[in-house]
Design a protein around this ligand. Structure first.
Ligand code: ADP
Ligand code: MG
Length: 245
């Protein structure tokens, strides 16, 4: 069967073969396989199905039909309030499904750890694109609910110098935490800053160690953009914190 390279990946070479997707295996493949099987067994459709490893040693996942929001310009529906609410509810669903399972270990839940529009599949629903699933689970690991929610705020609101209206973004941040029904919000903004700092350091140290994908990200200006986003969140911390309390 013919293979076609899927666009939008920044790290892995991902190809489509019929109604499957093939990705390189990683040290996380076994963990992710267990997690995706847990979702399937629960009837949760917000992630691809795990179908094993092929003859070439690649992970085989079910192909999810729809629109993946990886390009910089997106239809307005992708960033609408309704889509944000749906993202938050989907995150709540998989967090609740993983709480108390062996996959979560001694942590609250399993976190995806890379939630962003680039890793979200949108499908038309009532004439508008809405999130239906998350892809790219290879950073998933036991963690705290607030870690994924902080990442969602950063990525889906594109927190950083391009924000034109701080109050509006603060309102939408509130919408995310309310839709998720996050109980402990006091450290949300500091968790966003922690994430941004962690991502920047991670890319820098792996690029310094010669990791080709990370060198590509650094050369594309990603480290500089994360630094600017960190500064922006830091500068607007008061407004953002007041909004989510
Ligand atoms: N299960 C899937 N169903 C449909 N498309 C997928 C699936 N997995 C990946 N893709 C496509 O492949 C691209 C790269 O996949 P991704 O897992 O995000 O790789 P990377 O780790 O490089 O970001 C995505 O942007 C998406 O377009
Ligand atoms: Mg991805």
């Amino acid at each position: 069967m013919s293979e076609s390279r899927l666009p939008g990946g920044f790290v892995n070479a991902v190809v489509r073969v019929g109604d499957t997707v093939r990705r390189p295996v990683s040290a996380r493949t076994e963990f992710v396989g267990d997690l995706l099987r847990l979702f399937e067994a629960s009837g949760w459709s917000g992630a691809p199905r795990y179908l094993g490893v092929d003859d070439e040693g690649r992970e085989v996942l079910g192909y999810l039909d729809g629109h993946v929001a990886w390009e910089p310009r997106q239809p307005a529906a992708v960033s609408s309030d309704e889509s944000l609410v749906t993202v938050a509810r989907l995150v709540r669903e998989f967090h609740d499904l993983t709480a108390g399972t062996p996959s979560a270990g001694d942590q609250e839940v399993v976190c995806h750890n890379d939630l962003s529009p680039k890793n979200t599949v949108y499908q038309p629903c009532g004439g508008e694109l809405r999130p239906v699933a998350f892809i790219d689970w290879d950073l998933a690991a036991p963690g705290a609910r607030i870690h994924d929610i902080a990442h969602v705020c950063w990525q889906y609101l594109d927190l950083g110098p391009s924000v034109a209206d701080v109050e509006e973004v603060a309102r939408r941040m509130r919408l995310i935490v309310d839709s998720y029904e996050l109980s402990d919000r006091g450290c949300l903004v500091s968790t966003i800053l922690w994430w941004q700092d962690r991502c920047r350091r991670g890319i820098e140290s792996r690029a310094d160690a010669g990791d080709i994908a990370m060198i590509r990200l650094r050369n594309a200006g990603v480290v500089r953009r994360i630094q600017a986003a960190y500064q922006w969140v830091s500068d607007h911390r008061g407004v953002l914190e007041r909004s989510v309390q």
